[in-house]
Every structure is written in structure tokens, then in C-alpha cells.
Design a protein around this ligand. Structure first.
Ligand code: CU
Length: 189
């Protein structure tokens, strides 16, 4: 995961100044219920739903991203929807059991500033991902998204250039093939 974070930071560095921030927009790419980092600072305890609506079912954490003060206890509470879920840190620092029943809880207390990414292991490919932003850690949000767009248009241009060169190379060959195919037919008729 450190490799992936470094890669996305490097990619952001190509087209924008946000390289030093943790790029949450990449982590939440395709996560239907992600709507920015919800400010939950000033509370000793914060609850996050496991099996909230999202990602074409109940395959979401609600809210997906929250900012909390250092020392906050985060309580994940299962809704009972969407089958069995777990809460597993990307860096392996914590992992709950796999549970489906409503009302089950799992809690962790976060003391250090930083960004903690986590996911539900079976539903991570569907977008069941979350993040905690502890303290005043910087995250790339709207800035990260525009960087992402810049990256896409750059590679689209590269594909377009590559494609037209390839077409330019291929079209005389295709033309020659058509002539070659038609030629032998001529005398036979
Ligand atoms: Cu799940």
C-alpha cells in the first residue's frame, strides 16, 4: 500500500502541486457514497455505519470519510444489511471479525495524526472503502480530483497521437491489401 500511495503521489506531482498530501480522491475513486470528508471533530466518540446504502446495495461505510480529533474512539456499527462485512485497515493495524448481524460493533481509538484507510475485505472491489482523517492531517480532495482529470486528458492525448500514427502506418498497408486481393480476381473472371 505504501507503493500505491507513492505511485498516486507521483502521478499527482506530474500535473499538480498536491503531491505532499494524502490523495483520498484516488482511494475513493468509484465509491458511490463518498461525499468529501465529514467533519466529526469535537466529539469523543464517532459512529460509522457498516452496511450503509451505497455501491449498488448496502456495501458502504457511512459516512465514507470522517475527520476526528486525536484520541477519538471510532465505533463501527453494523446495519445488518448487505451480508457479512468486516473493517480492515489497509496497513494491517486493525481488522474486525466478519459479521452480518445488526447491532454488532467494533471500535478503535486513534491517537496519532494521520490518514487511516480501511475497507471491507469482500466488498472492497465494489467500493466498500472508508477513511479516517485524524487531527489536522492534510488530504487531497477537490484539488486531487482536478489533478486526476488532468492525468486522464494527458493520457487520452497520448492515445490519440499514438492511434493516428498507427493508422497512418496501417492505412497504406490496408490499401495495398485491398488492391492485392482485387487484382487476382480480375483475370479469373
Ligand atoms: Cu462488506
Amino acid at each position: 500500500m505504501k507503493g500505491a500511495a507513492a505511485a498516486s503521489a507521483a502521478a499527482a506531482g506530474l500535473s499538480g502541486p498536491a503531491a505532499a498530501e494524502t490523495d483520498l480522491s484516488a482511494w475513493f475513486d468509484g465509491v458511490s457514497n463518498y461525499d468529501g470528508v465529514v467533519d466529526e471533530t469535537g466529539q469523543p466518540e464517532v459512529t460509522i455505519e457498516v452496511g450503509a446504502k451505497g455501491n449498488n446495495g448496502a456495501f458502504a461505510f457511512g459516512p465514507a470519510a470522517v475527520r476526528v480529533d486525536p484520541g477519538t474512539t471510532v465505533v463501527w456499527e453494523w446495519t445488518g444489511e448487505g451480508g457479512s462485512h468486516n473493517v480492515a485497515a489497509e496497513d494491517g493495524s486493525f481488522e474486525s471479525e466478519m459479521v452480518g448481524e445488526q447491532g454488532h460493533t467494533f471500535e478503535q481509538t486513534f491517537e496519532e495524526n494521520g490518514v487511516v484507510k480501511y475497507a471491507c475485505t469482500p466488498h472492497k472491489p465494489m467500493g466498500m472503502k472508508g477513511a479516517l482523517v485524524v487531527g489536522d492531517a492534510e488530504v487531497g480532495t477537490s484539488g486531487g480530483e482536478s489533478d486526476h482529470g488532468g492525468g486522464i486528458s494527458l493520457s487520452a492525448n497520448q492515445y490519440a497521437i499514438g492511434g493516428s500514427i498507427l493508422l497512418g502506418l496501417l492505412s497504406p498497408i490496408a490499401f495495398a491489401l485491398v488492391l492485392f486481393k482485387r487484382d487476382p480476381d480480375g483475370p479469373d473472371r
